[in-house]
Design a protein around this ligand. Structure first.
Ligand SMILES: NC(=O)c1ccc[n+]([C@@H]2O[C@H](COP(=O)([O-])OP(=O)(O)OC[C@H]3O[C@@H](n4cnc5c(N)ncnc54)[C@H](O)[C@@H]3O)[C@@H](O)[C@H]2O)c1
Length: 418
């Protein structure tokens, strides 16, 4: 009979991953304590409010808080299991910044008791779960940390990467298969007992480094395939061939499935995680590095095209539709749309640029330095614009009537109006 976890869980990091995880566990009747270093996040959660937009999350959080199953605090408490879901951005040199994970491990260490479980959910380079054990072990010499090939550890440490899609997190958190990689097989089995509470997908047990690498490879796979589509777009454009038509036709081949080109790759997974592979094996990661470079160049290409078009007008107005990193979410992290808007604003300081996004009500910090940028409702922006640049295919933009666009120069980076 497999273990099923029954005690109290503390989750460190109440963001896009930690909070939905907390809620799905709390709704299975387990007491969950959400820990975050941001007091505003803790205050919002304590009122039963969610500090960001994710479908179906708000109602689940307010329910779990009202039932007393989910509480929030800035102080790491004692618990039987700890889940780390803090950010793992990259440094200037594109190596992983593990300072948040280390801080979380050090917060957990003084609270840890024999028999506790620690799961790292943050996307991490191979070897990080072992480092979590080392960091905790350095502060708790009284506890035996798990080591490969050894038995008899006092605590159980594992990696369980997250692969949910923003906008569908509450569904995919339940339905996706989960990979659980332990520092030892017993660690994997213990950590899996938490995911068995709510996961309907299969739970696949492995070692920690394989789990870490599998997550990175998933995102590098996406990145390389998007880079292929973006390169096809660039080549087609130079040959005056319609890339959307080319992809539509090629995808009728039974074993071809080309992804959609776009203005670049955003969010805080796909543009970041492949670099963790590159920095782990720089000489061997040629394709993965090139894909990153191809995708990183896209905003420059799109902005360049718009700037060229603008030169055809005496005093043009440009509407840029969309700022988030993908459609129908409010997440602007690493958003290529923001890069495109910034590059256009910088290249055309005398041109008025109207920016519209139904999910963004305040100009993102990176863009606030440009005086020629103004947030505007989509219909007004399009009405006033000579050039309309579609950067994110939010539903309201897709549904925009073609008659509104008549007579404008259209730059549709997503193929949404095709
Ligand atoms: N967002 C996604 O779609 C997604 C998908 C898969 C994997 N991931 C990975 O999950 C991890 C978390 O991502 P996210 O999107 O939830 O990040 P996020 O920025 O939304 O949330 C992270 C939270 O951690 C808090 N935090 C930072 N240091 C802390 C500490 N020491 N103790 C307690 N709280 C702390 C922050 O205040 C923040 O609220 C990252 O490694 C990310 O790569 C994210």
């Amino acid at each position: 009979m497999s273990d099923v976890f029954k005690s109290r869980v503390a989750i460190l990091g109440m963001g896009y991953i930690g909070l939905p995880t907390a809620v799905v566990i709390a709704t299975r009747g387990i007491d969950v304590i959400g820990v975050d270093i941001n007091p505003a996040t803790v205050a919002a959660l304590s009122r039963g409010e969610v500090p960001f937009v994710e479908p179906d999350l708000a109602v689940a959080v307010s329910g779990a808080v009202a039932m007393g199953r989910l509480t929030a605090t800035t102080e790491t408490p004692e618990a039987e299991a700890f889940i780390i879901a803090v950010p793992t951005p990259f440094n200037e040199d594109r190596t992983a910044d593990l300072s948040y994970v280390k801080a979380a491990a050090e917060q957990i260490a003084p609270r840890l008791k024999s028999g506790n479980i620690v799961v790292l959910e943050s996307t991490s380079p191979p070897g990080t779960t072992q480092k979590v054990g080392d960091w905790i072990g350095a502060l708790r010499p009284d506890l035996r940390m798990p080591r490969d090939g050894e038995t008899g550890a006092d605590v159980f440490i594992a990696h369980c990467p997250e692969r949910v899609l923003p906008g569908r997190i509450m569904i995919e958190m339940i339905t996706n298969d989960r990979v659980v990689g332990g520092l030892t097989p017993r660690c994997a089995e213990k950590a899996a007992s938490i995911y068995r509470l709510f996961a309907q997908g299969e739970i696949l047990l492995t070692d920690a480094a394989s789990a870490e690498m599998a997550k990175l490879v998933e995102n590098a796979y996406r990145d390389v395939n998007i880079a292929f589509a973006n390169e096809i777009s660039l080549i087609s454009e130079s040959l005056h061939i319609d890339v959307w038509e080319v992809i539509r036709l090629a995808n009728r081949h039974p074993r071809v499935n080309i992804l959609s080109p776009g203005p670049g790759v955003g969010g805080h997974c796909i543009p970041v995680d492949p670099w963790f592979i590159v920095s782990a094996a720089p000489q061997l990661s040629r394709l993965i590095r090139t894909a990153r470079e191809v995708n990183d160049h896209r905003p420059h290409h799109v902005a360049g095209q718009v700037v060229e078009n603008a030169k055809r007008f005496r005093s043009p107005t440009i509407a840029c539709l969309g700022l988030t990193f993908k459609a129908n979410v409010d997440d602007v992290r690493e958003s290529p749309a923001i890069d495109v808007v910034g590059l256009i604003a910088k290249a055309l300081p005398d041109v008025e640029i109207l920016v519209s996004d139904p999910y963004v009500s305040v100009m993102p910090g990176l863009l606030s330095k440009y005086d020629n940028l103004h947030l505007e409702g989509a219909h007004q922006a399009v009405e006033r614009a000579d050039i309309v640049v579609l950067l994110v295919e939010h539903e309201p933009f897709k549904a925009m009537r073609h008659t509104r666009l008549a007579g404008k120069v259209i730059y549709d980076t997503r193929g949404a109006w095709h």
